[in-house]
Design a protein around this ligand. Structure first.
Ligand code: ADP
Ligand code: MG
Length: 375
């Protein structure tokens, strides 16, 4: 069943001069972890606040468990929240802050202690429970806010950048904890982040927003492998996808993209979509390829492209090689153990099956026709 459904939701501020969310429709299934991902200012928090009921909905409808909730106050919606700004009660200990939702529901003291201990262990807060918010770090406060949200049963859990005040190592640890809690208790969770790695690591599905507009919603694999447009292709993945403008030509009824000294045959499955796009020889198209799908060519028989080493970054678990080819800088992600000299000549090959094609005018991906789906 759909747990949450947004139907053509808009959010304006300042009498409509700020359009924070535009015609947003999406749905989330029970037990799903959905991440809303996008750059700062793209409308993530506005969306969450409308779902929570702490911000008016300018237009559109929001359904929870099949019932419209537009007119319900925040208190009347069975939704738990943890926000980036933690909003803790300053005069209460961390323990009492976490216990708060249980106290107002009238749980017995023994029950409260048990539950607070359980959740505090999960987010590693047990030693600090007696302290006041002002006596602990931002990271502790954020974990308290998270624990307070997770402690009570709710129909939906909304987390707005819940890990933003933690250091990198803690973030990775709590990411795991959140996912465990969400999966073991089958919680429906909507998680906001600007960090694409966090979204890829955590979410069952990712909704990507830009300038208030939904760009794509899909599984991490779908948004990574089959981005709908240049924005998604560029925003998801680190290091980002390489984009190269190339000319399209038609040779004996086949479309070919001229990639430097190589001619890349466009597969048969693209015939229809490219046919519509093609405006004669020299039609410009954008070819996208991820750094992990480009390889150093070692055998002389490979069809390779020559370039020069522009820079090499050894980042431990992998190496990022930037190669200059003509006017383009192409990034390649390599296994550890390589080293290069600046300016060194190098031959690379592209995994042609992983090349994506984009319309430079609209930014939309040009899709092949596959028997199964629209991918
Ligand atoms: P995000 O959480 O993705 O960073 P927000 O939803 O906070 O984005 O903001 C979306 C847009 O709405 C931004 O341009 C922001 O400046 C604007 N905005 C957010 N809240 C308000 C407000 N209370 N009044 C006016 N503009 C706002
Ligand atoms: Mg925000």
């Amino acid at each position: 069943m759909e747990k949450l459904e947004l139907k053509s939701v808009y959010k304006d501020y300042v009498q409509g001069s700020v359009k924070a969310v535009i015609d947003l429709s999406l749905s989330q299934k029970e037990g799903e972890l959905l991440a809303i991902l996008g750059p700062s200012g793209c409308g993530k928090s506005s969306t969450l606040r409308m779902i929570a009921g702490i911000e008016d909905i300018t237009k559109g409808e929001i359904y929870l468990d099949g019932e419209i909730i537009n007119w319900l106050s925040a208190k009347e919606r069975n939704i738990a929240l943890a926000f980036e700004t933690y909003a803790l009660y300053p005069h209460l200990s961390l323990f009492e802050n976490i216990a708060f939702p249980l106290r107002i529901r009238g749980l017995k003291d023994k029950e409260v202690r048990k539950e607070v201990k359980r959740i505090a262990d999960m987010v590693d807060l047990t030693p600090a429970l007696d302290k006041l918010p002002s006596e602990v770090s931002g990271g502790h406060q954020q974990r308290t806010s998270l624990a307070r949200a997770l402690i009570r049963p709710a129909s939906l859990y909304l987390l707005d950048e819940p890990l933003s005040h933690l250091d990198t190592q803690q973030r990775t640890e709590f990411r795991v904890q959140i996912k465990r809690i969400q999966k073991t208790q089958n919680l429906t969770m909507l998680f906001v982040t600007h960090d694409q790695l966090e979204a890829l690591a955590l979410a069952d599905k990712i909704a990507i927003l830009n300038l208030g507009v939904l760009q794509q919603i899909g599984t991490p694999e779908e948004v990574y492998e089959y981005p709908e447009n240049l924005f998604v292709a560029d925003f998801v993945g680190e290091p980002p996808m390489n984009f190269i403008k190339v000319d399209l030509v038609k040779e004996e009824e086949e479309y070919v993209a001229k990639l430097y000294n190589q001619k890349v045959k466009i597969p048969e499955s693209y015939k229809n979509s490219i046919g519509k796009f093609y405006k004669g020889n020299g039609t410009e198209i954008i070819l996208g390829i991820r750094p992990i799908y480009i390889y150093i060519s070692e055998s002389a028989e490979d069809q390779f492209i020559s370039g020069e080493v522009y820079v090499f970054e050894d980042i431990g678990e992998s190496g990022i090689l930037t190669v200059q080819i003509g006017e383009n800088l192409i990034k390649i992600e390599l296994d550890p153990g390589y080293s290069f000299k600046l300016g060194e000549k190098i031959n690379i090959t592209f995994n042609l099956e992983k090349i994506l094609l984009f319309d430079p005018t609209t930014g939309e991906r040009i899709k092949p026709k596959l028997p199964k789906s629209t991918k």
